[in-house]
Each structure stands twice: as structure tokens, then as C-alpha cells.
Design a protein. Structure first.
Length: 397
């Protein structure tokens, strides 16, 4: 028997690698000699670098960069020299987790350090950059990132502006004459885990600004600043698309999706799909009997394109059943079967305080994976009525 174990992180409880190990422990209680293939996955935000290091053997290259509030931080990129491929997780340079509650201010935070990571990758000779954009502290439309790569953002007097969201309202001119020429020769893929547009009621500022510390008045100012940026970019090509409206994911990471597309020519891809491609997921599915994935909460957002739903869709194409283990199940789960999810099972053994349930996530994953497999094998062993039952051991056990 071959089982693919492809969990997402259970945020606040365990990362994807720990989740995969826990699930494997439970499965081995049932099939100690089965082929268990652990493929921790991610949506393209937090965890992208670790997935690349563990699954692909990427080198971890530490880089000293400018943090979200200008204090230096040590980030890292993943480097695959034979593929000339660099993987960048923007949260490591410009992430909300790098700031204390008191430091959070999306008007002052900058994506400059993300651009510095990209520049370091170009210095290594990268021909392809994969940039995971999620978990940001920023709302600067990517002007911080672009500043690190030679773009200049100027006010009406021609003076350079600080590379943050609060500066966008004063932005009058964008100067790309000094942009890094290597940008024209590199392929950039941005892994987005959301589809929000840049501006408006579903845009970067309105939806994610409050999570980063923005007040209602600041949300309005930040949204207006992003609109000002988009107007200037649209002026370059009157016949081109309006990226703020026509580009899904433009609002990801405080508008970094927009900035990567506008200033670097990046291609925006659903994060989970891009991660699965990097991990060569389809090839590793071949010959599998069952796929197990996991997430902290399974709900309508999962089915809209999070990693477990993408895993299930790929399993479905090969006719392989996929079962999701989740810390909690939402009420909006219509369409599970159409999404390729054969069943969804909660980890909770009974009523528990949330903090205790999260602390016991790995134990719950192991126990639930064991029981799911026992049910799966019982179904496979069942015979039509009237026929005697004969146990036939799995060949790989």
C-alpha cells in the first residue's frame, strides 16, 4: 500500500512537516510496512522556504536585509544551483511576525527587505525566482521591493519618498531608469494564497489592513494611496489591463502582488498550485492508494483554493481518494465531493478548550490518521453479501 501524506500547516499548532510526521506515526500503527510518502505542502506564504529545503534539497542562503520597520533582520532564500532557481519567502524579510504588537503599522512598514532578497538571488545568478507572498506586515503596493531593485518613487518636487504605504498619497512620479537590468532576463513567479484585488472593499487595505494594525481612517488613506499608485502605473500603457481590477492576487501582501507584476513583470500564480508543481507532486502521486491532507480549519476558504483543496483536486484527476483531517470543520462545506475530497474528519476527540485542542494537534493527527486508515481498509476488505470474507494482506505490508 502506498499512501501520500500531504498536510498544510495547522497554524498555531504545528508546521506542515510536523503534521506529516504525526500522521505517519498513526498510519504505521495500522500498516507498519506500507510506503508512506510525506510531502508537506504550503499555500505559498509561510513555510514555502522550508518545503523547498526539505523536499528539494535547496541550499539555505542567509541574507541580511532591511526589516519591515527598517531595523536589519537576517532572512534567507532557498537556492537550487542546478536549476538556477531561487525561492524567496517574503514573510521572512517583511512579515508581520517580525514585529511586536506595538510596532505594527502598515503605513510605515516596507517591503524593501523582500526586494533585497530578490537582488541577492540575482547576484547568485538566478534565472527563475519564486516569491511566496503571504504573512506581510506591509501595505506599500510593492514600492519597497521595487526600490531595492532600482526603481525610484518621487513626490511633486522630484524628491524620493520613503518606501512605505503612507508615502503613496504623495506619489507623483515613478522613475524606472535605474532599474536592475537583470530583471529583463529573469522569470519571476509570485505565489499568492489570496485573490483579492489591489483596491476597493475587497482590496489589500480594507481586508488585511486592520489585521496589521490599521485604524478605519488609515484603511481609507492606504486604499487611496494604492489607487494613486495604480493610476500612475496605468499611465504607462493606456491600452493595458487595469491591474488593480483585472489581476487576481494584486492585493496580496499589501499590494506586493501588484508591485511584482507592475515593476518586475512577474506572473501571479495560485500559491498552492505553484508549490505542488515545485514539489513534483503529480509524479509522486503515481501508484498511490490513498491521499491524506490536513489543515487547521476546513471551510469555504479551503475549497476556494487552499493547499488541501489543490491536493484533493490532483488526487481526483488520478482517481485516488483523498481525505482531509482538520482541527475544525466549518458549516459551509457544500461541494466537498466535487472538489475531490472523499471525506473530512475532525481531530477533536470531544469537547476541548481551543488552546488545549491546539496544543494536542500532533497527537490528534496521529490518532485520527490511524482511525481513518482503519475505516478505509475495512471498506476495501468488504465483500458483497453471501461471499465469505477472506483477508488478503496488502502486498507492500
Amino acid at each position: 500500500m502506498k499512501i501520500i501524506i500531504a498536510p498544510n500547516a495547522l497554524k498555531g499548532s504545528c508546521d506542515a512537516s510536523a503534521a506529516a510526521r504525526a500522521m505517519a506515526r498513526g498510519l504505521r500503527r495500522v500498516v507498519p510496512r506500507a510506503e508512506l510518502v510525506e510531502i508537506p505542502v504550503a499555500d505559498g506564504g509561510d513555510g514555502l522556504l522550508e518545503r523547498a529545503i526539505q523536499a528539494l534539497g535547496a541550499q539555505r542562503i542567509p541574507v541580511r536585509v532591511t526589516g519591515p520597520r527598517l531595523a536589519p533582520v537576517t532572512a534567507a532564500l532557498g537556492w537550487l544551483p542546478r536549476r538556477r532557481l531561487a525561492l524567496i519567502e517574503m514573510a521572512l524579510a517583511s512579515g508581520l511576525a517580525l514585529l511586536t504588537e506595538e510596532e505594527r503599522d502598515p503605513g510605515l512598514a516596507t517591503s524593501l527587505g523582500t526586494g533585497e532578497l530578490m537582488r541577492a538571488a540575482l547576484d547568485l545568478g538566478a534565472e527563475t525566482l519564486v516569491v511566496g507572498i503571504g504573512g506581510s506586515a506591509t501595505n506599500d503596493g510593492g514600492i519597497g521591493m521595487a526600490s531595492a531593485l532600482g526603481w525610484r518613487f518621487l513626490d511633486r518636487e522630484g524628491q524620493p519618498l520613503p518606501p512605505n504605504g503612507a508615502s503613496l498619497s504623495a506619489l507623483a512620479r515613478i522613475d524606472g531608469s535605474g532599474r536592475d537590468p537583470r530583471l529583463a532576463r529573469v522569470r519571476i513567479l509570485a505565489a499568492c494564497d489570496v485573490n483579492n484585488p489591489l483596491t476597493g472593499p475587497q482590496g489589500a487595505s480594507a481586508i488585511y489592513g486592520p489585521q496589521k494594525g490599521a485604524s478605519p481612517a488609515q484603511v481609507m488613506a492606504l486604499d487611496a494611496g494604492l489607487a494613486q499608485l495604480a493610476d500612475l502605473v496605468a499611465g504607462w500603457d493606456q491600452a493595458g489591463p487595469d491591474l488593480r481590477r483585472d489581476q487576481p492576487g494584486a492585493g496580496a501582501a499589501g499590494g506586493l502582488g501588484f508591485g511584482l507584476r507592475a515593476f518586475c513583470g512577474a506572473h501571479l500564480r495560485p500559491g498552492a498550485e505553484l508549490v505542488l508543481d515545485i514539489l513534483d507532486f503529480d509524479a509522486r502521486l503515481a501508484g498511490a492508494d490513498l491521499v491524506l491532507t490536513a489543515e487547521g480549519r476546513l471551510d469555504g476558504q479551503t475549497l476556494a483554493g487552499k493547499a488541501p483543496a489543490r491536493v484533493a483536486a490532483r488526487a481526483q484527476r488520478l482517481g485516488i481518494p483523498c481525505i482531509v483531517l482538520a482541527g475544525g470543520l466549518g458549516g459551509d462545506l457544500e461541494g466537498l465531493a466535487e472538489a475531490g475530497i472523499s471525506a473530512a474528519v475532525s481531530l477533536g476527540p470531544g469537547p476541548l478548550p481551543l488552546a488545549e485542542a491546539m496544543a494536542r494537534a500532533e497527537e490528534g493527527l496521529a490518532d485520527t490518521a490511524e482511525q481513518v486508515l482503519r475505516i478505509f481498509m475495512a471498506g476495501r476488505a468488504a465483500r458483497p453479501r453471501g461471499r465469505p470474507f477472506r483477508h488478503r494482506p496488502e502486498r507492500a505490508e
